[in-house]
Design a protein. Structure first.
Length: 130
């Protein structure tokens, strides 16, 4: 993919930057956030019931005996307040926040001190660079 970016006229440095962004987006958002959101919904029976009741009207099932697959009204799905609230709260609770690189032995962010070698922090832990 880097080669494609370069073939499109980007410098190698820009192509590497875009690849880093794409990898970060895939690793940091989509899969972990969906997993954590599902975890939070499934572990609470009342929340699961509320989400199910909110989401079901966005699905349109085919009549019995029909070979047509069910359809999903994505506009309706994207406008559901509880589902959106769960997504936003999951981002707040579980997405690691990157810390700026630097030569300081410790970095202080919002009254929390992070040791050298830490590249991100979330609500409950820190991410060491190795």
């Amino acid at each position: 993919m880097v080669r494609w970016f370069v073939d499109q006229g980007m410098t190698m440095k820009s192509a590497r930057g875009w690849m880093s962004f794409i990898i970060f987006a895939l690793i940091s958002n989509t899969i972990p956030i969906t997993t954590w959101a599902l975890y939070e919904v499934i572990r609470s029976p009342s929340l699961f019931a509320a989400v199910r009741a909110e989401v079901l009207p966005a699905f349109h099932l085919s009549p019995p005996g029909s070979n047509k697959p069910p359809t999903l009204n994505t506009a309706k799905l994207l406008s559901l307040p509880l589902l959106n609230s769960i997504f936003i709260e999951t981002l707040r609770l579980y997405l690691p926040q990157p810390l700026p690189p630097g030569g300081k032995p410790r970095y202080r962010y919002r009254r929390v001190s992070h040791p050298q070698g830490v590249f991100g922090a979330s609500r409950d832990n820190v991410c060491a660079s190795g």
